[in-house]
Ligand binder design. Structure first.
Ligand code: 6PG
Length: 471
């Protein structure tokens, strides 16, 4: 008997996704070059699972029912091309290959065309939720080939996370839309993580909270309107003891952040197609800056640091940090979603924004109760260009923006770096300003480069011979 699905790449994500598929009654064959991973797959499998592991690609391919449905869970970039080069000659017309990794959308476009020329279907599909999500219910962002999507849909709906009994998976649009949506998801993830780290810094240096107190604050936040996966895991992190010392683990971790590239791609893309996403940009660049540890130590000695003056009312301060984090987080989602709106036009993806926020409500890293509010906003207006323009969202922001101002001012005057919070506030202030001072920039451009300008009072393009007054 043949297997329903194939999984290539039995690392942590591949193996857990395979188990999830098998748990839902489908039979799955897994392939990996690493013997150890095949053993691990077999050793940890549940008794009722219909699975097999193999290190032979021929064996793997011939074990699958046709049209073959093969999922790739291998690192983005060259490994994907290497797998495709090896497997394509073994496949037959109509077979489907689904790339479930964090692949760059342009790579997916190239592979779609390449496989189409061989009469094969290729799909890019974002999967979010980490190891646990893969095993018990991720958020799944497929896109591209509709024929292939329809064949996979029942399985995807079975394995995805559920919110109100609805699966956290939907068709994200044409071409490489699935990868694009996942990329922007990660950009938003970077921004929220940056903002949470700043809130932590403010509570630690400003309110002088210890880890037990930080645990309590995050617990309270997570029990209310800030309920989200990232707040929840942050709560737990403050409780984790180190196994090598008597300290809390978080205090033993070196302050240099890593990154695998999806955040950077989001920023590059936003620049490329002209969308302003400064809080995501600053999150990417803050990770880069964090890596200059040795220089930061030198600079700290050279310039010294201001003593932080603790706020008078600690409880109000904690509340305001929460509100500042909440509003800056909303503003970060707004930036990421605005990028999707523009990308959808630019690349003719036809991304259904309403479905994007709907399937982000569960399973993924940026899941949060606030997604429910975005879902209502797009239900009212699927063409909404920026969620900040929605009336209900504006009520939420209006309620909390003053806390963001106060907290940003506190940080600035005490020398606590809050690049994310400040940038979210700056974006908000610029976005909500009817007249910006860029009339002056246009004048300067026209002065030195005859770049022309438009006028407020009449149509057309103008150029002026600006007068040098230095005579
Ligand atoms: C997810 C995560 C996942 C992964 C990121 C981390 O949605 O499950 O986003 O894809 O954790 O690649 O990215 P960095 O290593 O760049 O922080």
């Amino acid at each position: 008997e043949k297997y329903n699905y194939g999984m290539i790449g039995l690392g942590v994500m591949g193996r857990n996704l395979l188990y999830n598929i098998a748990d839902n009654g489908f039979s799955v064959a897994g392939f990996d070059l690493d013997e150890e991973k095949i053993k691990e797959l077999q050793n940890n499998a549940g008794p009722a699972m219909k699975i097999k592991g193999t290190g032979s690609l021929e064996d793997f391919v011939s074990a699958l029912e046709t049209p073959r449905k093969i999922i790739l869970m291998v690192p983005a970039g060259k490994p994907v091309d290497a797998v495709l080069n090896n497997i394509c000659p073994l496949l037959t017309k109509g077979d489907i290959v689904v790339d479930a990794g964090n692949s760059y959308f342009e790579d997916t476009n190239r592979r779609i065309a390449d496989l189409a020329s061989k009469n094969l279907h290729f799909m890019g599909m974002g999967v979010s939720g980490g190891e646990k999500g893969a095993r018990t219910g991720p958020s799944i962002m497929p896109g591209g080939d509709l024929e292939a999507f329809r064949l996979l849909k029942p399985m995807l709906e079975a394995i995805a996370a559920k919110v109100d009994n609805e699966p956290c998976t939907a068709y994200m649009g044409k071409g490489s839309a699935g990868n694009y949506v996942k990329m922007v998801h990660n950009g938003i993830e970077y921004a929220i993580m940056q903002l949470i780290s700043e809130a932590y810094d403010l509570l630690k240096k400003g309110a002088r909270l210890n880890n037990d107190q930080l645990y309590e604050v995050f617990k309270e936040w997570n029990n209310g309107e800030m309920n989200s996966f990232l707040i929840e895991i942050t709560r737990d992190i403050f409780r984790q003891k180190d196994s090598l010392t008597d300290n809390y683990l978080v205090d033993q971790i070196l302050d240099k952040a890593g990154a695998k590239g999806t955040g950077k791609w989001t920023s590059e893309q936003a620049m490329e197609i002209g969308v302003s996403i400064p809080t995501i940009d600053i999150a990417v660049t803050s990770r880069i800056l964090s890596a200059y540890k040795e220089e930061r130590i030198q600079a700290a000695q050279l310039y010294g640091k201001k003593e932080v003056t603790s706020p008078e009312d600690i409880n109000s301060f904690i509340r305001e940090v929460g509100e500042a984090l909440y509003s800056a987080t909303l503003i970060s989602y707004a930036q990421g979603l605005a990028l999707l709106v523009k990308a959808s036009e630019e690349y003719a993806f036809e991304i259904p924004l309403q479905d994007v926020v709907k399937i982000w409500r569960g399973g993924c890293i940026i899941r949060s109760v606030v997604l429910e509010k975005f879902y209502s906003a797009y239900t009212k207006d699927p063409q909404l260009s920026n969620i900040l323009l929605d009336h209900d969202i504006s009520d939420l922001i209006k309620d909390k923006i003053n806390a963001l101002r106060k907290i940003a001012a506190f940080a600035v005057s005490n020398g606590i770096p809050v690049l994310g919070l400040q940038t979210a506030l700056g974006y908000f202030d610029a976005y909500t300003t009817e007249s910006l001072p860029v009339n002056l920039i246009q004048a300067q451009r026209d002065y030195f480069g005859a770049h022309t300008y438009q006028r407020t009072d009449r149509e057309g393009t103008f150029h002026t011979l600006w007068q040098n007054t230095n005579h």
